[in-house]
Design a protein around this ligand. Structure first.
Ligand code: PEP
Length: 227
């Protein structure tokens, strides 16, 4: 079965020309299903079968300077949207705000990709991690049909550090999230690269990957999406 691989380009690249070039270098017919999430300002320039946003606002219109609504994403035919990334949580996004975004996305029929794992540390065992995740999942998925949400487990210490969690740990956490919250797809994210991707994709309950740094290198990312 195809797994889901999501590219989070974060605040890269620095020009629309480079963004278009990067998107055009990513295989369209990869072995896995691929979603490219460029910065909001490039969303309308990118041509790729599945494009996602990196964040959204929970209100659909009004006096909210600098925000992007789900209606605006819908208008651009955006199919996915990341919410609750640890880099957004670190700058003030609360579980309640994230929950509002998920409700808004589902109403617009855009699939939310809810990131959890903020606040975890490398020294925690599986049970301690589960405790932290429960908080974020209970609040983030409150009142939501969780089967329509993709959850990305991203231990915060693994993001952009070159130190990934073990595939076995990712599998255990995925089993927990699927069983307790009835989430259909759980991704792993955190320092995934072309060398370690297959070890995660081989895990039965890891439904795919959320990839940051390695998604900016077309050759490496094409390797990841074709396992
Ligand atoms: C991310 O930002 O979601 C991420 C997983 O980044 P990286 O792959 O660079 O660790």
């Amino acid at each position: 079965m195809k797994k889901l691989v999501v590219a989070n380009w974060k605040l890269n690249p620095t020009t629309a020309k480079d963004a278009v070039k990067l998107a055009s270098s990513i295989n369209i017919k990869a072995k896995n299903k691929v979603v490219l999430c460029p910065p909001t300002i490039y969303l309308s320039s990118i041509s790729y079968p599945n494009v996602g946003a990196q964040d959204c606002f929970w209100k659909t219109s009004g006096a909210f300077t600098g925000q992007t609504s789900v209606s605006q994403l819908k208008d651009l035919k955006i199919k996915y949207c990341i919410v609750g990334h640890s880099e957004r949580r670190a700058t003030g996004d609360t579980d309640q705000m994230i929950n509002g975004k998920i409700h808004s996305l589902l109403e617009a029929k855009i699939t939310p990709i809810l990131c959890v794992g903020y606040g975890t540390t490398v020294l925690q065992d599986d049970l301690e991690v589960v405790d932290i995740l429960k908080h974020q999942l209970d609040a983030g998925l409150n009142g939501v049909d969780a089967s329509k949400v993709v959850v990305a487990y991203e231990p915060v210490w693994a993001i952009g550090t070159g130190k990934n969690a073990s595939p076995e740990h990712a599998e255990k956490i995925s089993i927990f999230i699927k069983a307790k919250y009835k989430v259909g797809t759980v991704l792993y994210g955190g320092s995934v690269n072309a060398n370690n991707a297959k070890d995660f994709l081989r895990q039965q309950n890891v439904g795919g990957l959320l990839v940051g740094g390695a998604s900016l290198k077309a050759g490496e990312f094409n390797g990841i999406i074709n396992y």
